[in-house]
Write a protein that binds this ligand. Structure first.
Ligand code: GLP
Length: 253
């Protein structure tokens, strides 16, 4: 794993956006795996700025998001489809319909999960998968004890994840209990993976994922087995790492 430690969240998100833009410039038909959450808002803002400055075009890009809440229609203000439309798709030049998410309102969510997995396979799998990190180490919505070879499926969210994400829901409305998420096996098939974690609330998860054992207890730790994984951290998220001097020595920039 390549561990990059930046000074703060702003620098970390700018670096992540820069790496994504480099990738798209090199391969304009890139199949991106995209993520949601607070951390990604800043990454997408930087990508939009790069696009507006004429530095990158997404016209040939297609994308698959990691996950979606079960029961939320795409136009629900808290759905991830709406998040992606507002925070990225509608502000760049991606072709209409090129940004895929699981359908949260599908009548048969299990069949939808299978169909979504098949769509990713048909697209030739993901070139670059962007990931956030849950405080409990989840990637996508693969909560602790998720099979490390799982495919896209339904997952029951932990209480702590629902509490962490309730800040995106209006008062009195709670995040759904179920989500459709790409599996850990799906994510691991991506040819390259880029995880971004910032802030002290992620420090324990970062410690376990980077320097702990590979274990379904901390699902992100599977990235230790990926051939091309880059983790972009800020100092706060990296504050519990033991080998910081080494990481800074290898990648001082
Ligand atoms: C949600 C998403 C995850 C994301 C996580 C972290 O749970 N399903 O993919 O990694 O949020 O979010 P935040 O960046 O808001 O901490």
């Amino acid at each position: 794993m390549k561990i990059l430690i930046l000074d703060d969240a702003g620098a970390a998100s700018a670096r992540a956006a820069g790496l994504i833009a480099d990738h798209v410039r090199e391969k304009p038909e890139t199949v991106l795996g995209l993520a949601t959450g607070g951390t990604m808002e800043a990454v997408y803002a930087h990508l939009i700025a790069l696009h507006r400055a004429g530095e990158v075009s997404f016209a040939g890009v297609s994308s698959f998001n990691l996950d979606e809440y079960v029961g939320l229609a795409g136009d629900h203000p808290c759905s991830y489809r709406r998040y992606m439309a507002e925070k990225l798709f509608d502000q760049i030049d991606m072709a209409p319909g090129a940004g895929h998410l699981p359908k949260g309102e599908a009548e048969d969510p299990e069949a939808e999960a299978d169909a979504y997995e098949a769509k990713i396979v048909a697209a030739g799998d993901l070139d670059l998968q962007l990931l956030g990190l849950g405080q409990n180490g989840h990637i996508g919505f693969n909560e602790p004890t998720s099979s490390l070879s799982s495919l896209t499926r339904l997952k029951t969210l932990t209480r702590s994840t629902r509490e962490a994400n309730s800040r995106f829901f209006p008062a009195g409305e709670e995040p759904p209990r179920l989500a459709i998420t790409m599996g850990i096996g799906t994510i691991m098939r991506a040819r390259e993976v880029l995880l971004v974690a910032t802030g002290e609330a992620k420090a324990e998860a970062v410690e376990q994922v980077v320097e702990g054992a590979v274990s379904a207890r901390w699902p992100g730790s599977i990235l230790q087995m990926h051939r091309k994984a880059t983790l972009i951290l800020d100092r706060a998220a990296a504050c519990r790492l033991e080998l910081t001097d080494y990481y800074m020595d290898v990648h001082p920039e």
